[in-house]
Design a protein around this ligand. Structure first.
Ligand code: C5P
Length: 218
């Protein structure tokens, strides 16, 4: 893979439903960056595993990843709680992670020419996928706030689920993501912490924009 030179690379890590996706999208739009929601790459595979449990093996995953396009990450059928939970199980598998990484690296370092760079969010982006990112952020919020946000999103999509179930599954995913041996979620020393618990989307966006502009304009 040929890496593009002189592009802006932004890496974001966060636990589930902390608001990273919303922020990453706004930042990507503002700076003309390709946005990659890396959680969705695991969710695509989780959806396949739920739909075809018998077919699901490494060869199948490899084929799926080879065919995967950015637009495939926008499908509505990836948003359920069930898919998120299955994604966090799949994400513990090293061989699967290696295959997924190829896809993520390609877009992080070689976004299409029309973009000025890339912005990836996930769990291991700041230290594993784009360790040389120009900007690194760790987006967080307390667990009840995160669960409430996810609950509202799922309700909007008319999914049948209670707040209690969402809270339980977010806690379970946190545990899996923070404690797994391979590529655990963590805040690196060189990432800026943004706590979104009591901040509006606009306020978070402006906080990040200020940090980026300060460096870009110097
Ligand atoms: O971000 P999202 O909730 O869609 O991610 C689903 C799951 O995928 C996470 O709980 C995590 O286990 C896994 N994931 C990961 N590494 C990433 C992004 C997501 O392990 N870079």
């Amino acid at each position: 893979m040929k890496r593009r030179k002189n592009i802006i690379k932004i890496a974001i890590d966060s636990p589930a439903a902390a608001g990273a996706g919303t922020l990453a999208k706004a930042i990507s739009k503002h700076y003309n960056l390709l946005y990659v929601d890396t959680g969705k790459t695991y969710r695509v595979l989780a959806r396949e595993k739920i739909n075809n449990p018998k077919k699901f093996n490494l060869t199948f995953v490899k084929k799926k990843i080879n065919k995967l396009r950015i637009k495939d990450l926008n499908k509505k059928n990836l948003l359920s709680n069930e898919v998120g939970t299955e994604a966090s199980i799949i994400a513990k598998n090293k061989s699967i992670r290696n295959l997924v990484h190829e896809f993520q690296l390609k877009f992080a370092y070689s976004p299409p020419k029309r973009y000025s760079g890339s912005c990836l969010d996930g769990r291991d982006i700041t230290y594993n996928i784009v360790p040389d990112a120009d900007f690194k952020f760790f987006i967080n919020a307390n667990v009840r706030t995160r669960a409430l946000r996810r609950y509202k999103e799922l309700k909007k999509l008319k999914m049948k689920i209670s707040f209690k179930e969402v809270l339980k599954s977010i806690k379970l995913r946190d545990k899996r993501d923070y404690t797994r041996k391979i590529a655990p979620l963590k805040k690196t020393k060189d990432s800026v912490l943004i706590n979104t618990t009591n901040l509006s989307k606009r306020a978070c966006f402006l906080k990040i924009k200020k940090i980026i502009d300060k460096k870009i304009k110097n």
